[in-house]
Design a binder for this molecule. Structure first.
Ligand SMILES: Cc1cc2nc3c(=O)[nH]c(=O)nc-3n(C[C@H](O)[C@H](O)[C@H](O)COP(=O)(O)O)c2cc1C
Length: 202
């Protein structure tokens, strides 16, 4: 099973990374795994400039930024499952993961319908990663789950935009300190079980 994990935390080896590793452990308990981890803050992933080159209005051209994202998008299309992890940063997903989703836009192939004068009268997106299994992993500092209400909406909406099939969610609270989730057996078990389930779902 080809799994790509996107770590949207700038803290390598910390809460989000630890939970993602547990999800992967769970997957490995049920299937042989070909794994790629992408640390968005360490990879050569430039900021989206909003040029719109990929859009149908500009001829669906390749992204001109020419960084690691070209290869990542190709390998995403070959993956069986994707894991997206983010810390709560200011009540939403991290800036790194926000940019990563923006840079995924070339995967949204658009089809348009036009009227007799050539005006676009409808548009439909056909994501190149439609139907792939996905799991989300979120860690926050606050104990109140409501601190991530917006974050969860944003994360799920992005998954929906790419027509991903969300098969599980790991959500852990009270992790203000680095790697604090290591002490949370319940959350680590949830992550493991989520991974095992993802491997078993066809
Ligand atoms: C810039 C920044 C903003 C944060 N904002 C929030 C917040 O709004 N609500 C919250 O519960 N935790 C917030 N936190 C805490 C992190 O979500 C928490 O420590 C999380 O476990 C970090 O995961 P990591 O260790 O994998 O980076 C914030 C942390 C940082 C660095």
């Amino acid at each position: 099973m080809k799994v790509m994990a996107i770590i949207g935390s700038p803290r390598k080896g910390s809460n989000v990374d630890i939970l993602i590793d547990k999800v992967i452990e769970g997957v490995k308990s049920k299937a042989a795994v070909d794994l790629e981890k992408i640390y968005v803050y360490e990879s050569d992933i430039k900021y989206c400039t909003g040029c719109g080159a990929h859009s149908i209005l500009q001829g669906s051209k390749d992204c001109p930024l020419g960084d690691a994202m070209d290869g990542i998008l190709k390998r995403m299309q070959q993956a069986d499952a994707l894991i997206f992890g983010s810390p709560n940063h200011g009540r939403t997903i991290s800036a790194g993961l926000t940019n990563f989703f923006s840079r995924m836009m070339p995967l949204l192939k658009m089809q348009v319908g036009r009227d007799e004068e050539g005006n676009i009268i409808y548009a439909e997106t056909k994501p190149l990663i439609s139907g792939k299994k996905a799991v989300t992993v979120v860690s926050q500092g606050d104990f109140a789950a409501s601190s991530s209400a917006l974050l969860l909406m944003v994360l799920d909406a992005n998954l929906r935009d790419f027509h991903l099939r969300k098969v599980g969610e790991v959500f852990s609270t009270g992790n203000l300190k680095r790697a604090q989730v290591k002490e949370k057996e319940v959350d680590l078990n949830l992550a493991f079980e989520t991974g095992a389930r993802m491997a078993m779902i066809k």
